[in-house]
Design a protein around this ligand. Structure first.
Ligand SMILES: Nc1nc2c(c(=O)[nH]1)N[C@H]1C(S)=C(S)[C@@H](COP(=O)(O)O)O[C@H]1N2
Ligand SMILES: [Mo]
Length: 337
């Protein structure tokens, strides 16, 4: 994870999705019949269709859109859908930002989620069975990558707490560990042996059951795209983006702090906690500001994205600051990287 030069963009510019256009599209989608995804993107150049649409044949398409929970208004514009669906970090498919095409090769059905470790009863559940039992809602969250860019995304999904309750962990459980799929046939990045595959992330039980911790299954009122982590991805907006693990297949309740993917690679730079803090620099760059990416215009060669000051806990201090009271002495600045 390095700061890269902003790439030139090969694809034609297309409809920027500001808040108003997004609302209109939702309204349109609600009233349109089957095949609406194709219709809604019919005005876009051919190349962009796959990237902004729900995965083809996704059986959960009728579950969306879901109603928005306005309790977590991000106080910023929503980033355009095309930007969010084509500017990604997903090292399983390579280390560039433009992996969205490669990610289309990932089969996402059937998709089994294994739940084990310190639980009353280990189980495996089909994703489509699981989602039926979860309370779906939409939340517009800020997302702050450790590389100092940020976006605002309307996720659909359910509180992680609902999944924790479903899993029935034992009181001995102190952490939740979440693991990404492994399939180096389609995910060429996983053939790079210097990375400790599979991608692992984790939260304390208090973090996992905090109201903000969210499991995203959809975005922009549709099933989530493969490049954004379909069918199941974490969204913990008060932490640097690498905590929000994609393509989850395994959730384990454990007593020991899990050794997470980036921590394993570079412990000095990326740790377990990774809470956003403008005052604690990354060893190689400042975290005081971020480039707020609103549309495709913000990632072109000559783009100049708006720079905004980074906020403590990415603006969510009210909901999460209390989780870290008493941990400062033990962890110090490590709470913030
Ligand atoms: N499995 C997996 N999850 C991942 C990553 C990854 O490389 N692999 N990248 C992380 C990083 S660094 C960021 S910033 C976000 C990017 O999410 P987005 O592409 O949906 O914006 O995903 C996170 N989750
Ligand atoms: Mo990131």
């Amino acid at each position: 994870m390095y700061i890269r030069r902003w790439r030139g963009w090969e694809l034609p510019e297309s409809a920027a999705t500001d808040e108003e256009a997004f609302r209109n599209r939702r309204r349109f989608l609600k009233t349109a019949a089957a095949g609406s995804i194709v219709a809604a993107t019919a005005g876009l150049p051919f190349e962009t269709r796959a990237q902004v649409g729900a995965p083809e044949g996704d059986p959960t398409v009728d579950l969306y859109p879901v109603s928005r929970n306005d309790a977590y208004a991000p106080q910023r514009a929503i980033s355009g859908e095309e930007l969010v669906a084509t500017y990604n970090n997903y090292y399983e498919f390579g280390s560039s930002k433009t992996i969205w095409k490669k990610a289309q090769d990932l089969p996402i059905r059937p998709w089994t989620v294994k739940i084990d470790g310190l639980v009353e009863e280990p189980r495996e559940i089909d994703f489509d069975e699981l989602i039926k039992q979860m309370p779906l809602e939409e939340r517009v969250y800020r997302h702050r990558c450790v590389e100092a860019w940020s976006i605002v995304v309307p996720w659909s999904g359910f509180p992680l707490k609902a999944l924790v309750d479903f899993a029935r962990p034992l009181s001995k459980a102190k952490y939740v560990k979440m693991v990404t799929f492994e399939d180096s046939d389609v995910a060429s990045g996983q053939r790079a042996p210097w990375y400790p595959w599979p991608y692992v992330e984790g939260l304390t039980m208090a973090e996992a059951t905090n109201e903000l911790a969210f499991m995203a299954t959809g975005m922009y009122g549709k099933p989530i795209t493969k490049q954004n982590g379909a069918p199941l991805r974490l969204a913990v907006p008060w932490k640097y983006g690498f905590k929000s693990v994609k393509g989850i297949v395994h959730i384990s309740f454990v007593e020991e702090m899990p050794k997470t993917f980036w921590w394993e690679i570079q412990a000095r730079e990326y740790g377990f906690w990774a809470n956003v803090n403008p005052k604690v620099s990354h060893p190689r760059w400042s975290q005081a500001n971020e480039k707020f990416l609103k549309s495709m215009d913000d990632i072109g060669t000559f783009s100049s994205p708006e720079r905004i000051p980074t906020q403590l806990y990415n603006g969510y201090a009210e909901q999460v600051a209390h989780l870290y009271k008493g941990l400062e002495d033990e962890y110090g600045d490590r709470l913030f990287r």
